[in-house]
Ligand binder design. Structure first.
Ligand code: MGD
Ligand code: MGD
Ligand code: SF4
Ligand code: MO
Length: 693
């Protein structure tokens, strides 16, 4: 490994903003300092970013492989050779019995582009399994599937985030960005200083809502009906941009008819939002020159997530906004590499460059880069939740390798999923700490974390940034790339696997070349100099040609569909898969708080972030009805499980809804595993529950 610098410019280990930061080694400690020139965050970080070095040297950091001792049933330390030999032997045994698909791989949207790429290649080339998917299915997959259907391409934001400041109205549908990407909230403040308006749609008034001009509080799972109602009023007001619709889109006539019956009073009955507020929103949008609709998990993590996003895209298209400067639709992706993680082949149906695995030309291109025959590549596998459900069943995988996900805490209907993990013959988890998933594994592989390795990430804007190694890794750990290299060798992979990130990135560039997410014109040196490069960025066809500038703004002239036009899609409102009833009378929704990241595997171990624990947020009216008091334990039960946590009584949530953060074990024992038919996204954001004091 290269010797550490004393001052290194890099990016945060957590969310999709990928804030720039400077890491300084001061004696033996590593300190976070601002990197003011990096445009995305201009030196600002949230609490998680400032304390990101808290896992370094932590006593719970894994520094040796662990294997489960047959005699005691406990995990014990092992050498790398012993652990990797055991994994390779287990994989062989599983595949001899059950064929290539007996081994499955589960990846993560926090992995660097290099790791995501290598994991996809490892599955298809070294394991020859079709059974690979990743936690991105639980993140922005509904927005991705809607973006692909409407625009022919999915890039979270098709414009730089700072464009928010130059629009007239921004509508945040199910985003709490003041807590989930705090430095981004400054754009909302600046937009308002510039005379623009912020609208927030969320069943709770969050700290994002506190910065808004208009807050609408829908019943969870009804954002789609609200979009239909807003479009109904836009049509009625004659505010449709007919020239744009006829020049740049197809399919509006059917959509126009489909919203005809969604008058505001009907919207009020379904969404719980007063008809006057629905009218206020439509009036604001109809009168604005530039409108930006941004969705996040609140609107997307539903069994109708894709349809909901399509309904909001319909609103943006009808107003003529998509492809217009400082306007349009975007999805706020979530994980550090939520964007890049879905472009390089760890998704069941995709190959690098956002190519589809069932496309013969895509298979041929990627197989040539990999040096294997196209027919040796497996086909499409199961989606994340379907894969987990199949584990240990007669026709499902009997071994699973997990890289970068803590499934036991993050999966919906988690008790059921944990049973599936326990039914495996072999569970292998690569992680930096003993997560709840690693704790039930047969083999645990300790890996390097962000400051100890180099790699690229693609942030929510499609900006490819470089995370540079700042310190040497603790003795005993290996990088994910080294782990995959070691396993590929033991499995007699037909081609070798590189472990140097820059080498892997160059190969990824070739594999992505000509694909929808083309990275072939991007190099580490360029990213360093240019504060990141936006894909698509093809290499020049002529080697002496000018480099491609990258693509900060997409769809300005045409959409990525065959005819260049965006597609309207008529969608129907159905609502959450599980509606309240006499036994389970309230809506349960889940989400995040500022100080914790995801399943908390990393942040719950950072002492400076330990001020909040789990809680159940509920309205004073509901608290009174069940006899609950602020700070006292309440029990939440759904058809799948029960959890208990202190009540947090606030008048900012709908009285018919309770909110539980999912950073602590418990929330996902409650959630519903109903899936969106297109994206296979589980319904994390609504189910029916009972609350008791
Ligand atoms: N602090 C922190 N920041 C993070 C993360 C983290 O774990 N912690 N994770 C990162 C990741 S991976 C992601 S995906 C993003 C997520 O970022 P967000 O989507 O902003 O986060 P959530 O809290 O999941 O959901 C946002 C809001 O949706 C609301 N909501 C619930 N149900 C509904 C509904 O039916 N309709 C509407 N309109 N709103 C609803 C919730 O009340 C919540 O305030 O955050 C990223 N940033
Ligand atoms: N109820 C409910 N559930 C949800 C959600 C919700 O809103 N509500 N949100 C969903 C969403 S949007 C997401 S993104 C998922 C997140 O779910 P997970 O991905 O399971 O959550 P993380 O805590 O990010 O888990 C990442 C794991 O990888 C480890 N890790 C970190 N970096 C590396 C690395 O470089 N290599 C390896 N090998 N391991 C690494 C971490 O220590 C951690 O254990 O949760 C989903 N679950
Ligand atoms: S906003 Fe996201 S990227 Fe920025 S410091 Fe916080 S967690 Fe890190
Ligand atoms: Mo996410």
């Amino acid at each position: 490994m290269s010797s550490p610098n004393t001052s290194t410019r890099t990016h945060c280990p957590y969310c999709s903003l990928q804030c720039g930061m400077t890491l300084e080694t001061v004696g033996r400690t590593l300190e976070v300092r601002p990197w003011s020139e990096f445009p995305v965050n201009e030196g600002a970080l949230c609490r998680k970013g400032w304390t990101a070095t808290g896992l370094r040297g932590h006593r719970e950091r894994l520094t040796s492989p662990l294997v489960r001792d047959r005699a005691t049933g406990e995990l014990r330390a092992a050498s790398w050779d012993e652990a990797l030999d055991l994994v390779a032997a287990g994989i062989r045994a599983a595949q001899e019995k059950g064929g290539p698909d007996a081994v499955a791989v589960f990846g993560g949207g926090g992995l660097t582009n290099e790791k995501a790429y290598q994991l996809g290649k490892f599955a298809r080339v070294a394991l020859r399994t079709s059974q690979i998917d990743y936690n991105g299915r639980w993140c922005m997959s509904s927005a991705a599937s809607a973006g692909n259907q409407a625009f022919g391409l999915d890039r979270g934001l098709p414009f730089p985030l700072a464009d928010v400041e130059r629009t007239d109205v921004v509508v945040l549908v199910g985003s709490n960005l003041a807590e989930t990407m705090p430095p981004a909230a400054r754009h909302l403040d600046r937009l308002r200083e510039n005379g623009g308006h912020v609208v927030v749609i969320d069943p709770r008034v969050t700290s994002t809502g506190d910065r808004a001009d208009l807050v609408l509080q829908p019943v969870p799972g009804t954002d789609l009906a609200l979009a239909l109602g807003v479009l109904h009023l836009i049509v009625a007001a004659g505010a449709v941009d007919e020239d744009y619709v006829s020049a740049r889109t197809t399919g509006f006539d059917v959509v126009r008819r489909s919203v005809a019956a969604w008058w505001p009073e009907r919207v009020e009955r379904v969404t719980g939002i007063a008809a006057s507020e629905v009218r206020a929103l439509a009036t604001l949008l109809a009168g604005a020159d530039k409108v930006m609709v941004l969705s996040a998990r609140g609107a997307e993590q539903h069994s109708q997530g894709t349809a909901t996003v399509l309904a909001w895209i319909n609103v943006a298209l009808a107003l003529g906004m998509c492809g217009k400067d400082a306007a349009g639709y975007g999805c706020l992706t979530g994980q550090g590499n939520g964007q890049g993680g879905r472009e390089h082949g760890q998704k069941a149906d995709q190959l690098p460059g956002y190519r589809m695995i069932d496309d013969p030309a895509a298979r041929e291109h990627v197989a040539a880069v990999w040096g294997v025959p196209p027919e040796s590549l497996p086909g499409k596998g199961r989606s994340a939740y379907e894969l987990l459900e199949a584990l240990g069943t007669d026709d499902g995988p009997s071994a699973l390798l997990v890289f970068g996900s803590n499934i036991v805490v993050s999966a919906p209907n988690a008790t059921h999923v944990t049973e599936r993990l326990e039914a495996l013959d072999l569970l292998i988890v690569a992680d930096v700490v003993l997560s709840e998933t690693a704790a039930i594994a047969d083999v645990v592989l300790p890996v390097t974390q962000w400051a100890e390795e180099t790699g690229t990430m693609t942030n929510l804007e499609g900006r490819v940034v470089l995370r540079s190694q700042a310190v040497t890794a603790p003795r005993g750990v290996r990088s994910d790339l080294e782990v995959l290299q070691g396993l590929a060798k033991r499995l007699d992979s037909p081609v070798p696997f590189a472990s140097d990130p820059e080498e892997v990135f160059a190969e990824l560039g070739l594999a992505s070349r000509g694909g929808r997410a083309d990275y072939s014109g991007i190099t580490y040196d360029r990213i360093r100099d240019e504060h990141g490069v936006f894909w698509p960025c093809p290499a020049p066809t002529n080697p002496t040609g000018d480099p491609h500038p990258g693509t900060p703004r997409m769809f300005l002239d045409a959409f990525a569909t065959p005819d260049g036009r965006a597609r309207f899609h008529a969608v129907e409102h159905r609502g959450g898969a599980e509606q309240p009833c006499a036994d389970y009378p309230v809506h349960l929704t889940t989400g995040r708080v500022l100080a914790q990241y995801q399943t908390g595997a990393q942040t719950r171990r950072v002492r400076a972030l330990a001020d909040t624990g789990p809680f159940v947020e509920l309205h004073p009216m509901l608290a009174r009805r069940i006899g609950a008091a602020d700070g006292e334990p309440v029990e939440v039960t759904t058809r799948r499980g029960t959890m208990t946590a202190p009540a947090r009584v606030v008048d900012t949530i709908r009285p018919d809804t309770v909110f539980v953060p999912f950073h602590w074990v418990g929330a996902n024992r409650l959630t519903n595993d109903a899936l969106d038919p297109a994206s296979r996204m589980p319904e994390f954001k609504v189910c029916a529950a009972r609350v008791r004091a």
